[in-house]
Ligand binder design. Sequence first.
Ligand code: CP3
Length: 340
Amino acid sequence: MALEKFNDSFLRACRSEPVGRTPVWFMRQAGRSLPGYRALREKYDVLTLARTPELAAQVSMEPIGLLGVDAAILFADIMLLPLAMGVDLKIVDATGPVIEKPVVSMGDIEALASLDPAHVEYLAQTIKILRGELNVPLIGFSGAPFTLASYLIEGKPTRQWIKTKRFMMEQPVAWSRLMEKLSESIVVYLSTQIDAGAQAVQLFDSWVGCLSPSDYRAYVLPYVQRIFSALAGKKVPRIHFGTDTGAMLRDFADVDCEVIGLDWRVDIAQAKAAVGAKAVQGNLDPVVLLGDEKIIKENVDRIFTSLPSRNGFIFNLGHGVLPETNDTTLKKLVEYIHEK
Ligand code: CP3
C-alpha cells in the first residue's frame, strides 16, 4: 500500500496550475529497455503481458521506482483496441503490428465490431491494481483514429503511408465510416480506462504529421474533436500528442483538451504561443539521450530557457524512449529536471 504522499505535480501541470518541481515522465517508459520488462519478455509476448493484469501492472510500476518519474503509463498497446474490435493482428518482434487482412473496402469496415468494454476488462483490472499501489498519477491512452487506421490499411509499419492516403482520398465515404467507427470505440475505450481509475488520458496520433494541414482539417480533425469533447465530462486531463505536427498546432489548439504533446521539430516557445492557454508536454529529441551528459544538459537547458513560464509544462521526450537508452541516463535526467 502506498504510504508516501501522493505526488500530483503532473496533474497540476496538466491544468496549468503552479508546481513546486517540473513534472517529468517518458513516453514508452514502461517496457522497451528496462531490465524487469526484458526478463518478463523472455517468458511472455507483448500482448500476453498487456492482457495479464498482474504482469502489466508490474511493467507500469517499474519506471516509477527505478527512474523516479512523476506519472505512470498503463502498460498496453494502441493495437489492443483494434484487437478487441475483432481485427486479426500480431505484434512481430523488431517490426511492430502486422495485420493478416488489411482494410481495403467498406465491407471490411462494416465487419469491424464496436468495442464492448467487456473485451478489455483486463485493462480495468490492471488499472485497479495500479491505483492501489501508485503514489503518482496513472495515464491511460489510446491510439488516435488516423494512426490506428494507418495500421489497419497498411497492414504493417510504414514510413510513407501511401495506401492510407490513397484510401482517404479515393474512398472518402469509406474513410469517414472508418474514422467514425474507430472514434466511437476510442471514446468507449478511454471512458472505460477513466472509469476504472486512469487519472489522465493521452491520445497518440503518432503518424498524423504525414498529412498536409488541409487534409488534416478535412479528414481527421473533426473526429479528434469529437473524441475529446465526448470525454470532457470525465474531468480528467486530456493530452493530444502527434509527431511532425508543427504545421498543425493551431488546429490542435482548436481541440478541447488540456495538454498538447510536442515532438522535437518545433521550437517550444513558438509552440506554446500557438496553443494558447493549453499546457505543453515534450520536446526533447530522444536521440539526445544517447549522447553524453554535456549534450543532454545543453539540450534540456535550451528547452527551459525558451519556455515563457514553468507553469503548464510537463517535461517529456518528443517521442518514445529509444530502446538503446540507458536507464541510468533516464534516472539522472529525472533528477536534473527536478533540480531545475
Ligand atoms: O510506456 C510504454 O511503453 C507503455 C506501453 C506502450 C506500448 N505501446 C507497449 C509496447 C505504449 C504507450 C505503446 C504505444 C504505441 N504502440 C504507439 C504510440 C506511441 C509511439 O511510439 O508512437 C504505437 C505507434 C504502437 C504500435 C507498436 N507497438 C509498434 C510500432 C511496436 C513495435 C516497435 C516498438 O517497440 O515500439 C509495438 C510493440 C510494443 N508495444 C512494444 C511495447 C513495449 C515492444 C515490444 C517488445 O519488443 O518488447
